[in-house]
Every structure is written in C-alpha cells, then in structure tokens.
Design a binder for this molecule. Structure first.
Ligand code: GNR
Ligand code: NI
Length: 179
C-alpha cells in the first residue's frame, strides 16, 4: 500500500471529467487500498481518484471517527435528491485549509458499483450525503470553491496567490544559500 500525492487547486487536471471504470480487477482493488490509505493519512472523510491525478470514477468515503465505515463508490450516480442543507466544507485539494458553506441536497439516493463490480443502491443523509455530493463533483471536474460568490472566490484566489509567492520566495532563498 502506498500513500499517493494529492494534487491541489489550481492544478488543471482537477478540471478533467473522469471516465467510468470498465475492468474490475486486482489492480483496481490495489488502487482503492491506496486511496483509503491516502485519505486516512490526510484525515479526510472522502477522496476521489482525480485528487490523486487518476481520472476514473472511483470514490472512497469513511465518515466514521474510527475508520469503521469504509465505502467504495464506482461509477456513482445520484438518482434522487431531497431537501437542502449546507455545512462548512473543506477539500484536501483546496490549499490553506479554506472552508465555506455549500448548498447541497439533504437526502439522496445513489446508485454505484462496489469494488467487486456488483451493482449497489443506497440512501444517504447528513454528512454522508454531503460528502457523496462533494466527491461526485470531483468526478465532473468540479470543486466546492466553484460555488462561491465571485467576491469570495476572488478573495480566496488573492490569498492563495500571496501564499504561493511567499513560498516561492522562501524556496529560492534556500536554494541561493546552498549555491
Ligand atoms: O475531508 C473532507 N471533509 C469534508 C468536510 C465537509 C464537506 C466535504 C468534505 S470532503 C473532504 C475530503 C475531500 O476533499 N474529498 O474530496
Ligand atoms: Ni474534495
């Protein structure tokens, strides 16, 4: 098992649309194990394959505190949405630990394949439903910051640009020290 590198906004590959999984083999299971390891080590409650630069419709989720409810969603589709809710969301691919409220359906029904290629369907609500909607967005190249007002998005982009400039400067200073 390997912890994979999570790519971060504004990496352009986060904008790609993921392809459905067509082959359910041992290699897929290994990738899924790596995704869980990567998610748990980052203390996330979900991870979509595009976040590790793999553009396939694979999602892992575990909203439990003790890693006791691992869930794998392959080629998932939401077939029913009910109500609305919003919590402060964050994303392992959005730097600076940025959080913002996003409107989501409160309850959903989701159809998907499990890692053995068996068709599944389940209802979800609360944090699980929110997390599923957040992860399915990743498969479409969408991030939660896309829902922000242009004012909030502009402020975030400015803050991130400032941080990136600072980091670049610190790295360059370190390099010239060694030169
Ligand atoms: O770890 C995560 N926490 C979280 C909190 C509120 C709403 C959505 C999420 S998903 C996020 C992990 C992640 O980036 N998944 O794509
Ligand atoms: Ni995310």
């Amino acid at each position: 098992m390997t912890v994979r590198t999570i790519i971060e906004y504004p990496h352009p590959n986060l904008r790609l649309v993921s392809a459905p999984v067509t082959v359910f083999d041992e290699k897929l299971k290994e990738l899924i194990r790596d995704m869980f390891e990567t998610m748990y080590q980052s203390q996330g409650i979900g991870l979509a394959a595009p976040q590790i630069d793999i553009q396939k419709q694979i999602v892992v989720i575990d909203v439990s505190e003790d890693h006791s409810q691992p869930l794998v969603l392959i080629n998932p589709k939401i077939t029913r949405r009910e109500g609305s809710t919003a919590i402060d969301e964050g994303c392992l691919s959005v730097p600076l630990d940025y959080r913002a409220k996003v409107d989501r359906a409160e309850k959903i029904t989701i159809e998907y394949f499990d890692e053995d290629g068996a068709r599944q369907q389940r209802d979800a609500d609360d944090l699980l439903a929110i997390c599923m909607q957040h992860e399915l967005d990743h498969l479409q190249g969408k991030l939660f910051i896309d829902y922000l007002s242009s004012l909030k998005k502009g402020l975030y982009d400015k803050k991130l640009e400032k941080y990136r400039r600072y980091k670049r400067k610190a790295e360059n200073a370190k390099k010239s020290e060694h030169a």
